[in-house]
Write a protein that binds this ligand. Structure first.
Ligand code: GDP
Ligand code: GDP
Length: 467
C-alpha cells in the first residue's frame, strides 16, 4: 500500500458509499440518517492498478454549540493528519453549504494534497453544485457518483501522479524467504525489525469473551477523542479498526491500528438492520492482527472461549499478549496471580512464555505495561537470529540432549537456519526428518524461546532432509 487517502466531508454526502466501492467489501456502514458514520474506519482500497489505504472519516455535525461538533472536528483533523491525500466530498445536488466551507478551511490549512469531488453528480441536478464547488478554492472538482460508480476514472487520474510520489516510501512486509536455505549471515545481520509506519501501523486486536472489558480497554487506550462513546444520544461505534499512536521504547510515536470487535456487536444491538454487517468477530480480527491481546476477566479467567481464541491466535502465527482485566476488584492479588500463571501453563502450553499482564481497563492501571508488552511482542515476532548463532546453539542443545536413535540409527541434525519471521520459523537440516520425535522438536522450540528470549510468539520448526 503506497499511500493513505482520507475521505472527508459532512454527513450524508456519500463518503461511506465511496469507501465501500473502493474497498469492495461492505466494511463501512451506510445509512440515510446523517451521522451514522462517526469514527475513523479503514480499509484496503483498490482502484484499477492502484492499491492504497482508505480512511472513512467522521463528518461534521450540522448542529452548533454542541461539544460533539468539536470532537468530530478534531477527529476529522486527526484523519487529515494521518492521510497523505484527502478526498473532500460535497453533495453536488445540494451545492456548497456552510459546513462544507468549514471543511474547506481545515483542508486548505492542513492537507498538502486535496482532491475535491462533487458526489451524487449522476444527473443534471448536480450541474449548479459542480460550478459552486469552485468557490471552495480547492481547484477543479471531479464529478462523482459513488452510488453508480461514475467518475472513478477521473479519481484515478487525480490519484495516479500523487501515487507515484508515494511509491518510494512504500513499506513492504518483511519478505518471507523460502524454506530451502541456508542463508547468508551477512544479509541477516543487516535486517532489522521493520518499524510500524503510518502506511503500515502495528496491528493489534483485542479479543475476549463478552463483558471481559474490551470496549472499556480500547476506550482507555485510545482516549476520549478517538472513540465517541459518551452521554450524547445516538453515539455508536461502527469501527472496524481505529488508529492511534503510542510512545515507543525510545519515545518516538509508534502508529497503531486497533481492531475493535466489541464495537461492532454493540452497534448491531442498537441498530438491528445493520446486524448483518456486524458479524465480524474475534476470528476476523485475529486474521488481520499482528499482535493479539487476549483479554480475560479476572473473575472468570480461561473460559473455553478464551482458550479457543488464544489457540487460534497461536495457530495463525500471531504474537500473543494475555491481559487479565478487572484487577481493581481483586483482593488476594498474589494468590490469584500464582493461580493464573499455573492455569496458563497448563491450559495454553503452546503459548508458553507469553506475557501475562494484569490491568484495570476501568482505572487505566497497568495499561502502560500492556502497551510495552504489545510492542515487545511485536519486536519478538519479527526477530531474526543469525545462522551462526543458531548453529552454535544447536550443537550445545545436541550435546546436552542428543537426538534419539530410532531402530539403532542416530538422527543427525546437520545445521539450522531461520527461514522466516512474523512469526519466527526455523529449519533444521537432518537425516531422517520424519523420524524426529515430537518431543525433540518441542525441546528445541522451548530452548529457542528461552535462550533467544522469544516469549509470546509462536515458533515454527521444520525438520528437513538433505536432498
Ligand atoms: P456519508 O455519511 O457521507 O458517509 O454518506 P453515505 O455514503 O452514507 O451516503 C448517504 C446517502 O447518499 C445514502 O442514502 C447513499 O445511498 C446516497 N448516495 C451516496 N452516493 C450517491 C450518489 O452518487 N448518488 C446518489 N443519488 N446518492 C448517493
Ligand atoms: P466488552 O463486552 O468486552 O466490550 O466489555 P465492556 O468494556 O463493555 O465491559 C463490560 C463490563 O465490565 C462493564 O460493566 C464495564 O464497566 C466493566 N469493566 C470493564 N473493565 C473493568 C475493570 O477494569 N474493572 C472493573 N471493575 N470493571 C470493568
Amino acid at each position: 500500500m503506497s499511500f493513505t487517502l482520507a475521505i472527508v466531508g459532512r454527513p450524508n454526502v456519500g463518503k461511506s458509499t465511496l469507501f465501500n466501492r473502493l474497498v469492495g467489501k461492505r466494511l463501512a456502514l451506510v445509512d440515510d440518517q446523517p451521522g451514522v458514520t462517526r469514527d475513523l474506519r479503514e480499509g484496503a482500497a483498490k482502484l484499477a492498478d492502484l492499491r492504497f489505504t482508505v480512511i472513512d472519516t467522521a463528518g461534521l455535525e450540522e448542529v452548533t454549540d454542541d461539544s460533539l461538533q468539536g470532537r468530530m472536528r478534531r477527529l476529522t483533523e486527526r484523519a487529515v493528519d494521518m492521510a497523505d491525500i484527502c478526498l473532500f466530498m460535497i453533495d453536488a445536488r445540494v451545492g456548497v453549504t456552510p459546513s462544507d466551507m468549514v471543511f474547506a478551511e481545515i483542508l486548505r490549512k492542513k492537507s498538502a494534497h486535496v482532491i475535491l469531488a462533487g458526489n451524487k453528480a449522476e444527473g443534471k441536478a448536480a450541474d449548479a453544485g459542480m460550478i459552486e464547488a469552485y468557490s471552495l478554492g480547492l481547484g477543479e472538482p471531479i464529478r462523482l457518483s459513488a452510488e453508480h460508480g461514475e467518475g472513478l476514472n477521473d479519481l484515478y487520474s487525480m490519484l495516479m501522479p500523487l501515487a507515484d510520489e508515494y511509491e518510494d516510501r512504500a513499506v513492504q512486509d518483511a519478505p518471507e524467504t523460502d524454506v530451502d536455505l541456508p542463508e547468508d549471515d551477512a544479509d541477516l545481520e543487516a535486517e532489522t525489525v521493520p518499524m510500524p509506519t503510518r502506511a503500515k501501523p502495528l496491528q493489534v486486536a483485542v479479543v475476549g469473551r463478552p463483558n471481559a472489558g474490551k470496549s472499556t480497554l480500547i476506550n482507555q487506550i485510545l482516549g476520549e477523542d478517538r472513540l465517541l462513546t459518551g452521554p450524547e444520544a445516538g453515539i455508536t461505534r461502527d469501527a472496524i479498526s481505529l488508529m492511534t499512536e503510542w510512545a515507543g521504547p525510545d519515545g518516538d510515536p509508534v502508529p497503531m491500528r486497533i481492531f475493535d470487535t466489541a464495537g461492532m456487536r454493540k452497534k448491531a444491538k442498537i441498530q438491528e438492520k445493520l446486524e448483518k454487517l456486524s458479524v465480524s468477530d474475534g476470528l476476523r480480527a485475529v486474521k488481520f492482527a499482528e499482535v493479539v491481546v487476549v483479554l480475560l476477566d479476572a473473575e472468570i479467567p480461561f473460559e473455553q472461549q478464551d482458550l479457543r481464541i488464544a489457540d487460534l491466535a497461536e495457530r495463525e502465527g500471531r504474537a500473543v499478549v494475555v491481559a487479565v482485566n478487572k484487577w481493581d476488584i481483586e483482593e488476594n492479588r498474589q494468590d490469584k496471580l500464582r493461580e493464573l500463571k499455573e492455569s496458563f501453563e497448563r491450559l495454553l502450553p503452546q503459548l508458553r512464555g507469553a506475557p501475562l499482564i494484569t490491568v484495570s481497563a476501568k482505572t487505566g492501571r497497568g495499561l502502560d505495561r500492556l502497551q510495552a508488552a504489545i510492542m515487545r511482542a511485536y519486536e519478538v515476532w519479527n526477530r531474526r537470529i543469525t545462522t551462526a548463532q543458531l548453529n552454535r546453539w544447536l550443537s550445545g542443545m545436541m550435546e546436552a540432549h542428543p537426538p534419539p536413535a530410532p531402530q539403532g540409527k542416530r538422527i543427525k541434525l546437520r545445521y539450522m537456519t531461520q527461514a522466516k519471521t512474523r512469526p519466527p520459523g526455523f529449519v533444521v537440516m537432518c537425516s531422517h526428518p520424519d523420524k524426529v520425535p515430537e518431543s525433540y522438536s518441542r525441546y528445541l522450540v522451548n530452548g529457542l524461546r528461552v535462550d533467544f528470549d522469544m516469549p509470546g510468539t509462536p515458533i515454527r520448526l521444520w525438520m528437513r532432509g538433505q536432498s
